[in-house]
Write a protein that binds this ligand. Structure first.
Ligand code: FAD
Length: 966
């Protein structure tokens, strides 16, 4: 045995006073055996020595003891283990009582720890339980002797445990600012530097070793609130048993720690990464200089499990399909953000048949479309979704509650209870002059274009504003601002964050701000845009005048209010991203008169419950709190799941019937949007009949749908030309204009459109005009299909209708024959419907634009010779609508324009479809998707609105060339 080994072995018998045999003899015997075993050179000598020693008393005694030990091991392994522990820990304890740990001992100890066996677990437990001064000694030894292999140990002992620790692995700023790969790679990121999994586990354990094992558990419970009735300050919103988790990790029981955390929080891999730990668990850590990296520990556990067993995420145990079992009534979850997804997960686990209804075509809510992949990989959301599916949970995407169906209709379909986790997705704007200009957009829109629609990738269709080498400013100081700024940086922009207060008042997670600044993003504090100025030619923003601010008196939130000093700073900008927080989306509220909401539009809940003012409808997350955090949303989803899983008031047969109904409904929602019929109407214009039963069941005249043509396509609005609720079909007319419509235009019967959501927007406001006046429709080209159902409704109501349908040329006309839709209406309502056709080239009907016959009618009405005009509805090319608006304004006739403008989500979440409208002499923003699509044409500021149609012209041209459509 080598000298070194003898000196350092922590379980050496050298120091054992009970050792009755002569140790040197035993050692020689052991070495001789080894010589033979290893077939070394002096085989003969070794064999001779062995023979001689075998009869030596010491060796005989030793052999006897070994035999005895073996017997004991077989008969009583517990005893053996205990002996081993006692022996080993005694030896280590002896070493730890020396002034400092020796180098060889330290190296051996580390090596043993690295072995990842029973012995190493014992050692971990031993070190976890020794007093702090011994732990310090251990860290000093690591620092002194192992920093060559572990540079993170160098200097670690200075200020350890309170002021020093091993941080997780963060990719260097220069490298990470170029791509969308994960920035904070956690402790497991050290594997990328060549450390083994076990070594990484030990780094995590060293972090755990800093724990002071506080009795009052502030990290879990927080501090009592200063005011009665308030929430605890700090602590964990979902009450993860943090001290117990740390204790288990300290003893090397990582699996048990993961098990424990999972019971409280099914999303530790997400919340560990995005929670604002500095104001929650870590904010109240008694190691206040450098709190324990609780968030990092939280996500290390699932991540390491995933590393060790990549299939683990698909293992959910034995679950019987709850739809087939049908012993619990079905639950509907609306929205798939953290609130909804946790709710669905927990209820599926309890054996409820659950369907999640999500407005977008992808799942995860803000976690997917808001938070970028460099902060939160999408695969983590996919993991949870997969688990829910395996437990029988179902998902219906492109389903907008409040539009596709009401909460009431979900209940009627068979869902017993509903959880509403719709978030707070309506972006706020500043309402300052110039905000309508091209190049100014919400962070929601910008992030959705990149994160959800992958606009920055070549083979995806969604256009993205130009960012590379542009001056980009992001306005705001929260997580959304940071995500937008860091995304713009990665796309090559020169990015500045503009914030109206000071840096320390920014509501962002500290880590995100730190990372953003490290990546080269500038920060301008105490500045707020007063106005935006742009080019009259391009209508793109060119610079902004910033108010210079100072902090005044504290406001209601206790923070000092920023007030303008009167100073102005001019800043050049090419792209402005507004990250000012989100308000509540009114879609659900507007469709449910019985749903009580606060003055901010958030859904109210009963005291001590997650239940809303509607029985069996629950809510939580941002829908109830306004903009909050992922963990609070998750906590609410969890609390609601507990409430929902209450006493079931149904008989077995009733439950079966509810399950059958809800399953049928879910299947209808999931059914592919297959093209059942394709009719070529005219050159480049196609009519499709598409399977979409739930949309058909709710559609009303004037509404539109949001279409995703193919997986990598863009989301475009298309107006409903018709629908048949009994057949479950909708009709769309698509003209080959941009590259997306050209792509869809080529699709054939039997093919399926990737996603259709709707019906969206407000239905037309229809009036019965008793006076006999006519409702005039001016339809330009494919403005005719959206006009058709509105016009039909007016006819059904008994109103007189004049259709002025304009086309560029005869060849582009459709539905005009006796068996066409217009022809059939004429036959059905011969006294109520007049039709006038115009063509720009005079090839059919009146030569010219739709405005020519309209003007004639207006003149006749003025002269008292023609029919009175009750209102004019105009749908078609923007310039035509503007002309109709100007004309009718001159004659004082009401005009409504239906705006099919640029949209991304089409439910109010992006703000892209902004329409500048003048109300009481003030410009206000309206959004075509939620306030429209029909708006009072005379209130629209057409000069400001029209250029918005051209903002992505360059990108669209490039897409056409790419697809060979140019
Ligand atoms: P959401 O995540 O908003 O999910 C709501 C879901 O409902 C969406 O999928 C939406 O499409 C869907 N939906 C909406 N209306 C309907 C409808 N009518 N029918 C069907 N479905 C509907 N929090 C943190 O803790 N840490 C962070 O670092 C952090 N960063 C953020 C970064 C950004 C860019 C943003 C925008 C927010 C961030 N937040 C962060 C806040 C956090 O993401 C939210 O508090 C959290 O996602 C709220 O969860 P939720 O489930 O209530 O709603």
């Amino acid at each position: 045995m080598s000298q070194q080994k003898d000196q350092t072995s922590p379980i050496s018998m050298r120091d054992n006073p009970d050792c009755a045999y002569h140790q040197l003899d035993v050692q020689r015997y052991y070495e001789a055996s080894l010589e033979i075993k290893n077939n070394r050179h002096h085989l003969d000598d070794a064999a001779e020595a062995l023979e001689e020693l075998e009869h030596n008393a010491s060796v005989e005694l030793f052999q006897k003891q070994v035999d005895l030990l073996k017997k004991r091991l077989v008969n009583d392994p517990q005893f053996f283990q205990q002996t081993f522990i006692t022996e080993g820990t005694n030896a280590i304890a002896w070493e730890f009582q020396q002034d400092e740990l020796g180098e060889a001992f330290t190296r051996t100890l580390w090596k043993l720890l690295c072995n990842n066996d029973d012995m190493s677990t014992l050692l971990m437990r031993f070190l976890w339980n020794v007093p702090l001064k011994f732990k310090r000694k251990f860290i000093r030894a690591l620092d002194a002797y192992l920093s060559d292999r572990y540079p993170m140990f160098e200097g670690l002992s200075e200020g350890w445990p309170g002021a020093n620790n091993i941080p997780p692995y963060i990719r260097p700023p220069s490298e990470r600012a170029q791509d969308f790969d994960l920035v904070n790679q956690g402790y497991i990121g050290y594997m990328g530097l060549g450390y083994s999994f076990r070594e990484v586990e030990l780094l995590v354990w060293l972090e755990v070793l800093r724990d002071k094992q506080c009795d009052d558990k502030p990290c879990e419970l927080g501090h009592l609130p200063k005011m009665d009735g308030g929430e605890n300050e700090g602590g964990c919103p979902v009450k993860i048993h943090i001290p117990e988790m740390i204790h288990l990790m300290g003893e090397g029981k990582f699996k048990q720690a993961f098990q424990l955390i999972k019971e409280a929080n099914p999303l530790p891999n997400v919340t560990g990464r995005v929670c604002p730990q500095e104001i929650q668990c870590q904010g109240v850590c008694t190691l206040n200089q450098r709190p324990i990296e609780i968030g990092q520990l939280e996500w290390y556990l699932p991540q390491s499990e995933k590393f060790l067993n990549p299939e683990a995420n698909t293992e959910i145990g034995d679950y019987v399909n709850p739809w087939a079992k049908a012993d619990k009534p079905p639950i509907a979850v609306v929205g798939s953000g953290p609130a909804g997804i946790i709710n669905a997960y927990l209820l599926s686990k309890e054996g409820y048949p659950v369907t999640v209804f999500e407005a977008f075509h992808e799942l995860g809510g803000v976690l997917r479309y808001g938070i970028p992949e460099f902060r939160l990989p999408n695969e983590l959301i996919d993991d949870v979704v997969m688990k829910i599916k395996q437990m029988g949970g179902k998902f219906v995407t492109n389903f907008i509650v409040g539009k596709t169906a009401t909460l009431e209709s979900l209940k009627r379909a068979g869902f017993w209870k509903v959880f509403v986790g719709t978030g707070a997705g309506l972006p706020r704007f500043m309402n300052v002059p110039g905000e309508h200009m091209n190049g100014i957009l919400s962070a929601n829109e910008f992030l959705t274009r990149v994160n959800l629609m992958k606009a920055h990738l070549e083979d995806y269709e969604t256009p993205l504003p130009e960012v590379k080498d542009k001056q980009v400013i992001v306005i705001g100081g929260g997580n959304t601002a940071m995500d937008a700024a860091r995304t713009a940086k990665r796309l090559g922009g020169h990015v500045t964050i503009v914030y109206r207060r000071t840096q320390d008042a920014m509501p962002v997670r500290v880590e995100e701000l730190h990372h953003a600044l490290e990546e080269g993003i500038e920060l301008k504090v105490l500045r707020a845009p007063r106005e935006f100025i742009g080019s009259d030619k391009t209508h793109f923003v060119t610079h902004t005048n910033l108010d210079v601010m100072e902090l005044g008196e504290a406001d209601a939130s206790g923070r000092r209010r920023p007030v303008p000093t009167g100073g102005i700073e001019v800043m050049k900008v090419d792209l402005v991203i507004m990250a000012l927080g989100n308000a509540s989306n009114p879609i659900v509220k507007d469709s449910e008169p019985g749903l009580k909401t606060s003055k901010w539009g958030t859904i109210e809940i009963k005291a001590g419950s997650q239940e809303t003012s509607i029985d069996d409808v629950y809510t939580g997350g941002d829908a109830n709190r306004g903009g909050s955090t992922a963990i609070r949303a998750a906590g609410d989803g969890q609390a609601a799941a507990r409430e929902i899983a209450g006493n079931i008031p149904f008989s077995v047969d009733e439950i079966r019937s509810l399950v059958a109904g809800a399953e049928r409904y879910t299947e209808q929602g999931q059914s592919p949007k297959k093209i059942l019929r394709r009719i070529d109407l005219a050159e480049g214009i196609v009519e499709f009949e598409i399977n979409a039963p739930l949309i058909a069941g709710s559609a009303r005249a004037g509404q539109f749908v949001r279409v995703l043509g193919w997986d990598k396509g863009e989301l475009i609005p298309l107006t409903l030309a018709d629908w048949d609720a009994d057949k479950g079909t909708i009709d769309l007319v698509v003209q080959n204009l941009g590259s997306s419509s050209a792509y869809i235009n080529r699709m054939q019967e039997g093919e399926a459109i990737a996603g259709i959501a709707g019906p969206l927007g407000l239905p037309s406001q229809l009036h019965r005009y008793e006076s006999g006046g006519t409702v005039v429709f001016t339809a330009g080209g494919v403005g005719l299909p959206p006009v058709y159902p509105i016009m039909r409704e007016h006819l059904r109501m008994g109103n007189h209708v004049t259709l002025i349908s304009g086309f560029r040329t005869r060849d582009l006309m459709f539905w005009d024959k006796p068996d066409g839709r217009v022809g059939l209406l004429q036959a059905q309502y011969p006294d109520l419907l007049d039709v006038i056709y115009t063509t720009n080239d005079g090839s059919f009907g009146i030569n010219g634009f739709v405005t020519a016959p309209l003007e004639e009618m207006l003149e006749a009405m003025k002269a008292g010779s023609g029919r009175a005009i009750s209102e004019v509805v105009t749908i078609g090319p923007p310039l035509m609508m503007r002309a109709v608006s100007d004309l009718t304004k001159r004659y004082g006739v009401k005009a409504v324009a239906s705006l099919n403008s640029i949209m991304v989500d089409a439910t109010g979440m992006c703000g892209a479809c902004m329409v500048p409208v003048t109300l009481d002499g003030k410009m206000v923003r309206k959004h075509a998707c939620i306030d429209g699509p029909e708006l009072d044409a005379h209130l629209i500021d057409w000069d400001k609105f029209l250029p918005r149609f051209l903002q992505f012209r360059k990108q669209e041209e490039a897409n056409k060339v790419r697809h060979g459509f140019a």
